[in-house]
Design a protein around this ligand. Structure first.
Ligand code: FE2
Length: 99
């Protein structure tokens, strides 16, 4: 039986991982529009990795009899204008103050 605080923290982490996936997909979308297919592909792969992390935590919770609460995924909180913006913003996507 998992400790209540651990359950809550892992559930929050599931949602953070999905937010990170969403953020990286936004970066991929940005670079795709700029014609930088390599950068777009790299961020698409990063998005997949974050979804994999979410799925691992999700499965771990279910394996311990805990139902996951899937919260809404926020719109990526970055404004992408020049080519360096995504690279700088991607350094710490989980460091959102509200999560
Ligand atoms: Fe992750």
């Amino acid at each position: 039986m998992l400790n209540e605080k651990v359950k809550d923290l892992l559930n929050v982490q599931v949602n953070k991982e999905f937010y990170s996936a969403y953020l990286y997909l936004d970066f991929s979308n940005f670079y795709e529009a700029k014609g930088l297919d390599g950068f777009a592909n790299w961020y698409k792969i990063q998005a997949q990795e974050e979804r994999d992390h979410a799925t691992l935590f999700y499965q771990y919770l279910h394996n311990n009899g805990v139902q996951v609460v899937l919260e809404a995924i926020d719109k990526p909180a970055v404004q992408l204008e020049n080519l360096m913006d995504a690279l700088k913003a991607g350094q710490a996507p989980c460091n959102r103050p509200d999560l």
